[in-house]
Design a protein. Structure first.
Length: 147
């Protein structure tokens, strides 16, 4: 166990201190071993929303994503969608990063669409799938976190 620190945004007046404290507490919630010091302004919006989502959000996760995540099956497909998003939906970059042929990436993206009815090649589809995976990542970390 190490020290973790969350920082709020700079404020112009004493009247804004409660807001700064609330931001610091939210940042503290998102600290980790890899990010022990976290300014509120450095938090990605998607990460923040994933961590603040209530249980109803989990019910919106496509069933295949939930089952795949829990079972550990089809991790090549999960890895592909994560890498595809990291590569800004670029198939060639995704293939290069995964060390596979571009046709393999296309095949996997088609498999994801067939199984989820969500097209990962669209911004909306990729966003839905990545958000679902982030929610599950957070839920898993909460279930195994020991502080």
């Amino acid at each position: 166990m190490g020290v973790r620190v969350g920082l709020g945004l700079d404020k112009d007046s004493i009247a804004q201190l409660p807001e700064a404290l609330a931001e610091a507490r939210m940042a503290l919630e998102l600290t980790s071993v890899h990010k022990p010091l976290l300014p509120f302004g450095d938090i990605e919006l998607a990460e923040f929303l994933s961590h603040r989502a209530d249980k109803a959000a989990l019910r919106l996760i496509p069933e295949w994503v939930l089952l795949t995540y829990k079972s550990g099956l089809d991790q090549d497909l999960v890895s592909t969608i994560r890498t595809f998003a990291e590569c800004s939906l670029n198939v060639k970059d995704t293939a290069r990063k995964l060390g596979v042929h571009t046709n393999t990436v296309y095949f996997r993206l088609n498999q994801i669409k067939a199984r989820t009815n969500v097209d990962p090649r669209t911004f909306a589809g990729a966003t839905t799938l990545i958000t679902a995976l982030r929610l599950l990542d957070y839920e898993l970390s909460q279930g195994t976190r020991q502080e």
